[in-house]
Every structure is written in structure tokens, then in C-alpha cells.
Design a protein around this ligand. Structure first.
Ligand code: NDP
Length: 296
């Protein structure tokens, strides 16, 4: 039986719609406009695309959007000074520094300079600690989006066997924390995991965040499992014409969709949820900063 395809694009549009309604209410009742500042250092083409679409969607939900573009050779002190200025700016409730940063910049130092209350990416060491101890924090956008899709699909995750493939600070580790927070039994696999196929075959929930095109085949998947594909990989697509490319996930869609109960596609799955969650986090930060009730 073919898997249900989880429509992340529609789900994300719904989340953005709810954020927009809440923003309109804040403006009407409190004269408050949530503000998001995105900082981009250098000219990485993929980062430029992400930053542009983040800015566009921020404005679409009625928030204030700022883009700060710095040269690739910007000295660390200049970037730190900009973040400190944004930390002190009452019109800005969320600050996002687009990663990766050019090599001469210390990513940890830069991220940990952001005021944790404005750290809408959830990468500041304080937010990582709060999340892992089950306290109120800013939750990283991509794993938060995955969790929302999983809860919507499965209801309670309690007692489910979950395997997260990948242990990055951005996706794998916070994803594992969130699943644990929902009482799943969590295994985190990585490049040194022995017999990955056997590990994945036990899972009711598979989250693939590896960065290897179509790495997970259908015969690794337990029949009926829910599969969340975080990967975004560009591969050659000669069938579309010479020199053309297309996006694929870390999961082999054709074979996995024959076995899984439900799965996210690439594109149109997790990707749109990431930006929707960034906007939701900015709204949450604005509410917290003004002692107003947080959105559900
Ligand atoms: P990283 O490169 O930081 O981490 C990849 C992880 O995969 C590492 O933990 C690595 O293990 C593990 N890994 C690598 N090879 C294997 C293997 N053969 N078997 C098992 N595990 C392996 O990537 P990210 O977490 O940043 O991103 C992962 C993917 O998700 C990428 O495709 C990225 O583009 C995408 N992404 C998508 C987002 C979205 O909005 N949809 C947002 C962020 C990322 P080890 O630690 O041992 O090296």
C-alpha cells in the first residue's frame, strides 16, 4: 500500500496563517509589531535564497523584517557589534544569523552573543540547555517543524520507537530531545552507527537528517512507519535536460513510499515548516518580551 504523503507545504501555510492572525491582534490590541532581523555574512548563493524567502514571509505575516548583509571578509568584532546593537533594539524580537559563516568567524562565539530571548534559531547554549532539561526555551525551527508534523500525523508519540539519523546541533540532537520530551524511545544514529539498516528497521518513526541523497531505501523501513525526510540535496537530472538538477531528500522516495505508513516529500515537506516555525518563534519571542500570553 502506498504511503500517505504528508503535505508540509499546506501545513506550513496554515501555521503562517495563524501567526498572521496573532500578529494582527498584537498590533490592534497592544500596538506591538514583532520584528525579525536576519544577518547574512558573505555571498553563499543558497543562503541568499533562504534569507530572501525568510524576509518575504516575515513581511507577509505582518511582521517587521530587517536584513543585514555583510561582506564575506567582515571582521568578527564588526559582526559582534551588530548583534549587540540588535540585542538592544526594542523593535527587534528575533535575531537569526544565517549559517554557515565564513571560516574566519567563530560560529559558537557569534551565536552565543545573541540574546537568548531573541535567539529564534534556538542555537544559543542557554536554549540548548533549557531544551535538554525540559524547560521553556526557543526550539530550533527545523526539528520543531518535524515534531509538529509528527504530532499531527500520529497524535501521541509516547512509547513509539524513534530513530533519528544524524546528530548535528542544528537538526539531529534537538530532534532527539524533542522526541524524548514527547516520551518516544529515541535512538540517534550517525556515521559510526553499526548496521544502520537494522537500527532503522525497528523504528515506528524515522527522521533522516544526513545530507546524503536518497540514502534510506524502502527495505530499511518497518511497514507502516512514519518517515520524516529533512535532507535537501541537489542532484543531476538529465531527464529534465542537459545540465538540469532537482532536489531530493535523504530518503529514497519511490521505494520508501511503498512501505511507510506516511512520509514527507522533498520538496514540500519539512522545508516550508522551517520558515513557518521561525515566524512562530519570532511571535513567541515578541509575546514573552512584552509579558503577553504566548500563542498555542
Ligand atoms: P550535518 O552535515 O551537520 O550532519 C549530518 C549528520 O549525518 C552527521 O551527524 C553525520 O554523522 C550523519 N551521517 C553522515 N553520513 C552518514 C551515514 N552514512 N550514515 C549515518 N549517518 C551519517 O547536516 P545537518 O544536520 O545540518 O543537515 C542534514 C540534512 O538536512 C542536509 O541535507 C541539510 O541540507 C538538510 N537540512 C534541511 C533543513 C530544512 O529546512 N528542511 C534545515 C537544515 C538542514 P557524524 O556526526 O558521525 O559525522
Amino acid at each position: 500500500m502506498a504511503a500517505k504523503i504528508i503535505d508540509g507545504k499546506a501545513f506550513a501555510a496554515d501555521v503562517r496563517g495563524r501567526v498572521a492572525e496573532h500578529v494582527a491582534g498584537l498590533q490592534r490590541d497592544h500596538g506591538l509589531t514583532p520584528g525579525l532581523a536576519v544577518v547574512l555574512v558573505g555571498e553563499d548563493p543558497a543562503s541568499q535564497v533562504y534569507v530572501r524567502s525568510k524576509g518575504k514571509m516575515t513581511v507577509e505575516v505582518g511582521m517587521h523584517s530587517e536584513e543585514h548583509r555583510l561582506d564575506a571578509d567582515t571582521p568578527e568584532q564588526e559582526l559582534i557589534a551588530l548583534i549587540e546593537k540588535l540585542n538592544a533594539d526594542p523593535a527587534i524580537h528575533g535575531i537569526l544569523v544565517q549559517l554557515p559563516l565564513p571560516k574566519h568567524l567563530d560560529e559558537d562565539l557569534v551565536i552565543n552573543t545573541i540574546d537568548p530571548a531573541k535567539d529564534v534559531d534556538g542555537f544559543h547554549i542557554s536554549n540548548v540547555g533549557l531544551l535538554s532539561t525540559g524547560q521553556k526555551s526557543m526550539v530550533p525551527c527545523t526539528p520543531l517543524g518535524c515534531l509538529m508534523l509528527l504530532r499531527d500525523e500520529l497524535g501521541s508519540l509516547s512509547g513509539k520507537d524513534a530513530v533519528v539519523i544524524g546528530r548535528s546541533n542544528i537538526v539531529g540532537k534537538p530532534m532527539a530531545q524533542l522526541l524524548l520530551g514527547d516520551s518516544a524511545t529515541v535512538t540517534v544514529a550517525h556515521s559510526r552507527t553499526k548496521d544502520l539498516a537494522e537500527v532503522v528497521r525497528r523504528a515506528d518513526i524515522v527522521v533522516a537528517a544526513v545530507g546524503r541523497p536518497q540514502m534510506v531505501p524502502g527495505d530499511w523501513i518497518k511497514p507502516g512507519a512514519t518517515v520524516i525526510d529533512v535532507g535537501i540535496n541537489r542532484i543531476d537530472a538529465p531527464e529534465k535536460g542537459e545540465g538540469k538538477t532537482r532536489l531530493v531528500g535523504d530518503v529514497d522516495f519511490n521505494s520508501v513510499s511503498q512501505v511507510a505508513g506516511a512520509m514527507t516529500p522533498v520538496p514540500g515537506g519539512v522545508g516550508p515548516m522551517t520558515i513557518a516555525c521561525l515566524l512562530a518563534n519570532t511571535l513567541t519571542a515578541a509575546c514573552r518580551a512584552n509579558n503577553l500570553p504566548e500563542p498555542e
